[in-house]
Design a protein around this ligand. Sequence first.
Ligand code: EPU
Length: 420
Amino acid sequence: MEKLIVHGGATLKGRVNISGSKNSSLPILAATLLTKDECTIRRVPDLSDTNYMTQILAEVGADVERASGVVVVKAENIKSEAPYDLVRKMRASICVLGPLTGRLRHAVVSLPGGCVIGDRPVDLHLRGMEALGAEVKVDAGNVIVSAPKGLKGATINMLGKQGSTVLGTDNVMMAAVLAKGTTIIEGAAAEPEVEDLANFLKKMGAKIEGAGTNRIVIEGVKELNGCDHTVIADRIEAGTFLVAGAMLGDGVTIKRVNADHLRAVLDALRKCGFAIETTKDSITIHPNGTAKGFDLTTLPYPGFPTDMQAQFCALACAIPDVSTITETIFPQRFMHVAEMKRMGANIDLQGATARIRGGAKLSGAPVMASDLRASAALVLAAMKAEGRTEINRLYHIDRGYEHLDDKLSSLGAQLERVKA
Ligand code: EPU
């Protein structure tokens, strides 16, 4: 196990390249199971989550080759069972359910458990499979989906209590591309990662319209072919570096990004008073000595992303004003708060709303990484704090940030990865 030692107080300046999106890569890798042909996926970030996904693909029988961001998959002969040992390591493994059911008419996938950000049910995924005519059973911790005569297109509403579901929409879309007839997904998630998956599926020969909106129409086809695809930039990694630039920067530029995918985050930063310039593929953020507090609520895309909530908590700690952040997607996603308080942050958590009185001096302390984004927020707070912070359980960060420590070091941060 490794830990990160962060020496606070450094100023960040310079340029950094953003990696390919984790949350695009995972369903796109799963979608390679829909064809016997070879698929080439480029700009896949080197993360433990993408490694788990390639291991699952190999375990169900696909040939997988991976070298410097390029993954080549040929899933000629595959079986319908995804093993518990791998699936339990990553919730996103559930997105092999749609492709396996679509292609093999049968899938057995272990049910992912809850995680520190909340209960994380998969009822909407299962409702979608049933609506496409599959029989769904849960037995011995596995979900078993069968459609011996093949799936049939249907109109499906994917909205749940907390709004749309990203991986649920992905799963239904991946199953429906090989179903007979037309599928209409109402209440679909409109996240850029869903649109990226749809673009990949269209290159494979799928007929999909409306991805990136709340209504997706899919005309089933008989089979799909291989293709070559480059995943979009990781908007959450990009947002995290922008917050680092806001908190500690003297001009930080992130490159290879799509500013359109970051509108809500850029609006929030501009409202605080930060000056931001965008070009076709870069964003620069400039410091502001008189930043203002903010009130934010997380919402499905194009609203403010839950995956940036923890990082904005860290930002709020650095702004000498009162800010509030309300989490509506995962109301329990506040594991970072207790750790930040240990560093001296003044945060009052009431239900799913954090009220942050910023400007208190943060001091380095040993802290515990919990989930991915909470861990990133601790790194941000630690860079702002006086003295030395030790962040344990670094593997949470390695799930979703490609070379975070190297990239931050290249901007001037002082951090080192050591054996725990
Ligand atoms: N939900 C249900 N039933 C379901 C599925 C979801 O009630 O069957 C609820 C969830 O409990 C939550 C809401 O719907 O309250 C939205 O969850 P969603 O299904 O959209 O989450 P997800 O698809 O499992 C993806 C990202 C998460 C990101 C969320 C929300 C991937 C691999 N994961 O998860 O990313 O927070 O969408 O945008 O794409 C992260 O990268 O750190 C991360 C957690």
